[in-house]
Design a protein around this ligand. Sequence first.
Ligand code: NDP
Length: 295
Amino acid sequence: MELLDGRAVATAIKTRLKEETETFVAAGRRRPKLVAVLAGDNAASAAYVRNKERACAQAGFDSEVIRLPQDVTEDELLATVRRLNADSRVDGFIVQLPLPRHIRAQRILMAIDPAKDVDGFHPANFGRMALGLDGFIPATPYGILLLLEHYQIQTAGLEAVVLGRSHIVGLPMSILLAQKRSTGNATVTLVHSRTADLKAHTRRADLLIAAIGRPGFVTGDMVKPGAIVIDVGINRVKAPERKSGYRLSGDVDFDSVRTRAAYLTPVPGGVGPMTVAGLLMNTMKAYKRTVQGPR
Ligand code: NDP
C-alpha cells in the first residue's frame, strides 16, 4: 500500500505558488490576498482558519481573518461580505462553515461575489463546475483531483464510489469524476444514508472516496483489494490520554483498510492539506484574473 502524502504534495504546490507570487511582486504588483471570515467560537473552525493563514504565508499571500462574535446578526455578516466584495485589494474570501445556528448560511453564501468565491460554494460557481465551465471548483474536491494528478493515478474507466452527498464534498466530487476530463471519465456511484446495501457498492469500487463524517466507518471488508481509497473525514474522537483531549480520525478505519488498498490517504496529512492547497490555487486564479484580466 502506498500512502498518498497530501502534506508533501500541498507543500510542493505552495512552493510553486510562492515562486509565482514573487515573480508578480518583482514586477511591481501587490501580493494575492485571501480573507477568512470566522463567526463564532467553533474550535475546529478556528483551527482550520489558522491553517489557512499559515498556508497563505507559505505561498507569499497576504491574509486576514475577520473574527465576528457568536451572536453576530445576519445583517452584520452580510455587511462584512459586501465590504469584502467591494474591496479591490481582496482577491478571494471565504466564510468559514458551520455558521452559528441562527444564521442562514445559504443567504450569506449567495451574497458573495462569485468572482471572489474561492470556496466555490456560490450557485454560479457550482453551476459552472457542473457544466465543465471555467470557475472555482470547491476546495476539497479540487484538492483531491490535484492529489490524484500528482500521483498520476488514471481515473478513466474506473468504478468510482463516492460516499456522502454534501454540497461541499461528495456531490461536486461525483460530478467532477464523471466528467470528460483528465482525472475524470470514471463511472460514478454516489451513495448516502438512504443507500440500500452500501457495502455492495463500496466493494466494487476501484476508487473509493469517503466523506460522511463517521470515524472509522469504512472497514477493510468494505474495500476491494487494490482500490484507491481517499479519506476525507476529519472527526474529533475523545482521547483522554492526549493533552488536547481528542485525536483526529478519518472516515476510514486505517488499520483494516491499509492491508487491502493499493493507495490510501492518511488522516491527518492527506486530504486536509490538499483542501488548503486547492483554496490557495483558487485564490491565485482570482488574483490573476484581476491583475491580468479574464482569459
Ligand atoms: P455532511 O455531514 O454535510 O454530509 C455527510 C454525508 O454523508 C451526507 O450525504 C450523509 O447522507 C452521508 N452519511 C452520513 N452517515 C452515513 C451513513 N452511516 N451511511 C451512509 N451515508 C452517510 O459532511 P461533509 O461532506 O461536510 O463532511 C464529511 C466529512 O469530511 C466530515 O468528517 C468533515 O469533517 C470532513 N471534511 C473534511 C474536509 C477536509 O479538508 N479534509 C473538508 C470538508 C469536510 P444524507 O445526505 O443521506 O444525510
